[in-house]
Each structure stands twice: as structure tokens, then as C-alpha cells.
Design a protein around this ligand. Structure first.
Ligand code: PMP
Length: 292
């Protein structure tokens, strides 16, 4: 696939899409990003992703050098340039090229990069049989160190946890916060169902406030559940009736095992499967049109 990549107002073939080795996004992970999905010619929850990008940028004192509507237009144009109807967008704003010192003052202008591609995070079978998880020893970054609400280019915390999960043969890793409560998975938010009620860790447990998490709230409400944001422990997951994860790339996916202990009966539960079905319908029928 030879993609056309947007960098600072121009489109480049994949092989020529390059940034400076002095970009502080590379040197320090100094930047922010978004992962966005589009389905059947429509971008899902584009406004919410753009709004979070602006909040993330504000969180790291970075001024995005264009308006939200200009960036939205550039995003849609990038998909059109690649003639895609279903896929994934990676939108990055880096601090830009500067000197080797870490002060952003030397960076003249933030760089805007937009990649539109295709993606499949988990194999289709996992949506039917559910995935296994382990608890990671790596704790989620403490909000006082770097707010997990900022979707920054500094993803090492999650990468290290992902490595742990992979080394343990698990599809995902559950990350705890400094207090030992469940925060989220390495790239997804986590929900449980217990006794007919849905629970998920609160934002101040130190999580990324997922766009898909919010969609799950909406879909759950439509079928008569109110999601309660509550501190959860490993015990809550292991004793839950159902568990599922939410994320732009993963969508809604069942989780059936934690640390080799079965969750519920070890099969995806009916509420999870209903939410997956409703989520798919929503992605197929709503969103910002790309081609009209
Ligand atoms: N938590 C983390 C750490 C993430 O990186 C992501 C995004 N992959 C999520 C949660 C889910 O967020 P969203 O639903 O907005 O993709």
C-alpha cells in the first residue's frame, strides 16, 4: 500500500514522508496524537477526537497552528487522497524541529502529520471468544507526573505494559494506578458487569478518557444500564459476570480471563455481545461524511 501522508499542508508518498531528526516529537516524545476510525465513508466521532486533541495540546502547552475546522478538513482530505472508505487515521502534532535541548522554545513550529490507513488490531475470532489479560507490574503513569488524560506521544508507560502482557502470553494487560486500583488496559478502557450493573474506573483513577468509553456509556443507557464510575480492583474483575474493553482500534471487545482466572463463565456475556452489536450498527450508520 503506497499511502499519501499529510505533513504540514502537503501530501507525500509514504517513502518520502519524513520529519526532521531534530523534531522534539522524536527526541522527547513531545507532542500529542489521536487515533480515529472511519467506516463506510464516514468518520466516527470526529468532533470528539478533535476536541480531545485540542485539550491534549493545551495540556502540554502546545498551540496547534491551525483551527479545528481546518484540521478537520485536512483529515477528510487525507482520507480522500488515499481513496479509502474504511480505515484508521493517525493524527499527530509534534512540537516541531528545534535544538537538542529539551526546551520547546527552540522549536519554530509544531508539525502536523496525518496518516490514513487500514487497521485490524485483534483477530476477528477474539471478538467471539474474548481475550485473555494479565495484570501488569508497570503502574499507569501517575496523574501528578503526566496526566493520562493527555494523549501524548510519550507512550512508553503503555508500551512497557504491553511488552509485559505479550511476554505473559496475554492479548491485553490491565494497568493499576499508584493506589493499586484498576486504571485501564494498555490501549483500551475497561468495563465490568456485576449483578446487572455496569462499572468502569473513574477518570481520576488515572485513565485516558476514551471516546469509545463515552460511546459505551450511551449504548449502555439505551439498553437500560447506567454505568457507575467506581474504583475497581483485580478482585472486581475476577468476580465479575462480564468484562469488556473499549477503544477506537479495538472497538468493544470481550475480555474473559485475568491472570489465568476465568471471568464469569469464561465466555463473552450477553450484555457485552449486545453492546458490540449496537456499537457496530452505530459505526455503520453515523459519522462525518468524507465524500460529499
Ligand atoms: N486508554 C489508552 C491508554 C489508550 O491509548 C486508548 C486509545 N487507544 C484508550 C484508552 C481508548 O480511547 P479511545 O476510545 O478514545 O480510542
Amino acid at each position: 500500500m503506497n499511502l499519501k501522508i499529510y505533513i504540514d499542508g502537503n501530501f507525500y508518498p509514504e517513502s518520502e514522508a519524513k520529519i526532521s531528526v531534530f523534531d522534539h516529537g522524536l527526541l522527547y516524545g513531545d507532542g500529542v496524537f489521536e487515533g480515529i476510525r472511519f467506516y463506510q465513508g464516514r468518520v466516527f466521532r470526529l468532533e470528539e477526537h478533535i476536541a480531545r486533541l485540542w485539550d491534549s495540546a493545551k495540556g502540554i502547552a502546545l498551540e496547534i497552528p491551525m483551527s479545528a475546522s481546518e484540521l478537520t478538513a485536512a483529515t477528510l482530505e487525507t482520507i480522500r487522497q488515499n481513496d479509502l472508505h474504511d480505515g484508521y487515521i493517525r493524527l499527530l502534532i509534534t512540537r516541531g524541529a528545534g535544538s537538542l535541548g529539551l526546551s520547546p522554545d527552540s522549536c519554530r513550529r509544531p508539525s502536523i502529520i496525518i496518516i490514513a490507513a487500514t487497521i485490524a488490531l485483534y483477530p476477528a475470532a477474539l471478538y467471539e471468544k474474548g481475550l485473555n489479560m494479565v495484570t501488569c507490574a508497570t503502574r499507569r503513569t501517575a496523574p501528578a507526573a503526566l496526566s493520562p488524560r493527555i494523549k501524548s506521544l510519550n507512550y512508553l508507560n503503555n508500551v512497557l505494559a504491553k511488552i509485559e502482557a505479550q511476554q505473559a502470553g496475554a492479548a491485553e494487560g490491565v494497568m493499576l494506578n499508584e493506589q493499586g486500583y484498576v486504571a485501564e488496559c494498555t490501549g483500551d478502557n475497561l468495563f465490568i458487569l456485576k449483578g446487572g450493573r455496569l462499572y468502569t474506573p473513574p477518570v481520576n483513577a488515572g485513565i485516558l478518557e476514551g471516546v469509545t468509553r463515552r460511546v459505551a456509556f450511551e449504548l449502555a443507557e439505551k439498553i437500560g444500564f447506567v454505568v457507575e464510575e467506581r474504583d475497581l480492583t483485580r478482585y472486581d474483575i475476577i468476580t465479575a459476570d462480564e468484562c469488556f474493553l473499549t477503544g477506537t482500534a479495538a472497538e468493544i471487545i470481550p475480555a474473559v480471563e485475568l491472570d489465568r482466572r476465568l471471568i464469569g463463565n469464561g465466555q463473552p456475556g450477553p450484555v457485552t455481545l449486545k453492546l458490540i452489536e449496537d456499537f457496530r450498527r452505530l459505526t455503520q450508520t453515523t459519522g462525518t461524511p468524507i465524500y460529499q
